[in-house]
Design a protein around this ligand. Structure first.
Ligand code: NIG
Ligand code: FE
Length: 428
């Protein structure tokens, strides 16, 4: 079916996030949103073809000639920005973890609950017992919810199956859901989320299964772009993470890690890993030392903050965003949507938390949630900014000033999401 050309007009503030330099935004460039007032965007065949003021658009000879064929959206003076790139989610699970939720309210902490058999391990049964179809439906409903909040590109991890069969089933569910959703999904294999109970006390044997059985099977079926490891106290050690990264790179995957969420990584690990494995992203990173910040600033690895996890675990401590930004580390923001630490689909909520608890400015959180999220997934050539040639993925917010996006917390001000040049129906 041929896609009708789409014109967004009467945009009060268009946040283009255009950039002259290549690479993720760092330091002062995070606040440069390149805003056009009273703007218009023309999209053709799923791509953005021109961006400018309404006046400029109306002078466009192509538009003058074809105006009747063009679907027009009057944005009513609202704010338009690139669709969010949520570069860290765990959508393949069946049940919420309500028992853990109440245990934490009663005073237990995340690690103690996990040691007692709760946490990630308590989500395994639901995934292992489910067939692919209900998992697919679950993932698809999450993708649709994300889109309703302005997200158009999503990284989706496996990691609640933790057996060859259930990890493949989880990644297949991601693939099946992605094929029914208009947005873009980047799949990640997280077989090394925790050691499953049947390997308790034998983590090395499980790592061997991950490297020798799971990774080759995922690679053969082309089910993932990234391999992720939860490298922290109670999950996988630095040595185990390095082993898995080595195998992942041999199979052609790019790598990323959950790191520094509960404890500091072993001294030297960050520097060595940057050198050997060029991870696309290190996520959480609440615990970091000054020399590690310096090493990260010299690398292209993106540090992805997920403050929803700190909020939901009721922590007082948040990642030291200012330290990273002031040192010129490339930073991104994501929801970390998952049943244990961050059951939210709202990028604006993550952005609000980053402003209030991490002292990031609204412009910094916008860059981190769009163009730098795209860098954190290796898709910045087509996502994350409103520029001619990029995919026509946009979000319209019912606000007059972009700073209102993280300001109005707890409500969804996204009134329209456009993916590949098509406006989503509210039921989509
Ligand atoms: O990003 N830290 C590891 N993984 C998730 C939590 C997963 C879970 O508790 O289910 C996170 O916080
Ligand atoms: Fe996570």
């Amino acid at each position: 079916m041929k896609l009708a050309p789409l014109l967004l007009t009467n945009i009060g503030q268009l946040l283009t996030l255009r950039s002259v330099q290549t690479g993720p935004r760092r330091g002062p460039s995070l606040v440069d949103l390149d805003i056009i007032q009273n703007a218009a965007v023309l999209c053709l065949a799923g791509k953005i073809v021109s961006v400018g003021t309404v006046k400029e658009a109306l002078r466009d000879p192509w538009l003058k000639k074809h105006r009747k064929k063009v679907t027009e959206i009057d944005c009513g003076g609202h704010v338009v920005l690139p669709g969010f790139v949520d570069s860290h989610t765990h959508p393949v699970f069946m049940q919420p973890r309500l028992v853990d939720f109440e245990k934490r309210i009663a005073g237990a902490d995340y690690e103690a609950i996990a040691e007692a058999g709760g946490g990630i391990r308590s989500s395994l049964a639901g995934v292992r017992e489910a067939s692919r179809l209900p998992l697919t439906q679950k993932v698809l409903s999450v993708l649709r919810e994300l889109a309703r909040h302005g997200t158009t590109t999503v990284e989706a991890k496996s990691g609640y199956g933790l057996s060859l069969e259930s990890e493949l089933k989880s990644l297949e569910a991601i693939r099946a859901a992605a094929s029914q959703w208009q947005g873009t999904v980047i799949p990640t294999f997280l077989g090394a989320h925790v050691v499953p109970p049947e390997y308790s006390g034998r983590s090395q044997s499980y790592v061997e299964i991950v490297c020798k059985e799971m990774l080759p099977a995922v690679a053969k079926r082309k089910l993932a772009k990234f391999v992720d490891v939860f490298c922290d106290r109670g999950a996988f050690s630095e040595i185990e993470c390095s082993t898995i990264f080595g195998a992942a790179l041999e199979h052609g995957f790019a790598v990323r890690a959950h790191l520094g969420q509960l404890s500091s990584p072993k001294a030297g690990f960050i520097e060595a890993t940057l050198e050997c494995c060029r991870p696309t992203s290190f996520d959480h990173m609440d615990y970091v030392r000054d020399h590690e910040v310096t090493a990260l600033a010299k690398s292209d690895t993106v540090v992805t903050f997920v403050p929803g996890a700190n909020y939901f675990l009721g922590l007082a401590k948040y990642p030291p965003a200012r330290k990273y930004i002031d040192a010129d580390v490339a930073v991104a923001l994501a929801t970390d949507y998952n049943p244990g630490t961050s059951p939210t689909v709202s990028m604006p909520m993550a952005m609000s938390l980053a402003c209030t608890h991490m002292k990031m400015f609204p412009a910094e959180v916008i860059s981190s949630a769009t163009i730098n999220g795209a860098w954190a997934l290796g898709v910045a050539d087509r996502k994350g900014s409103v520029e001619a040639g990029k995919d026509a993925d946009l979000a319209i917010f019912d606000v007059r000033d972009y700073r209102e996006i993280p300001y109005w917390f707890g409500v969804n001000r996204c009134v329209q999401t456009i993916i590949g040049g098509v406006a989503l129906r509210s039921s989509a």
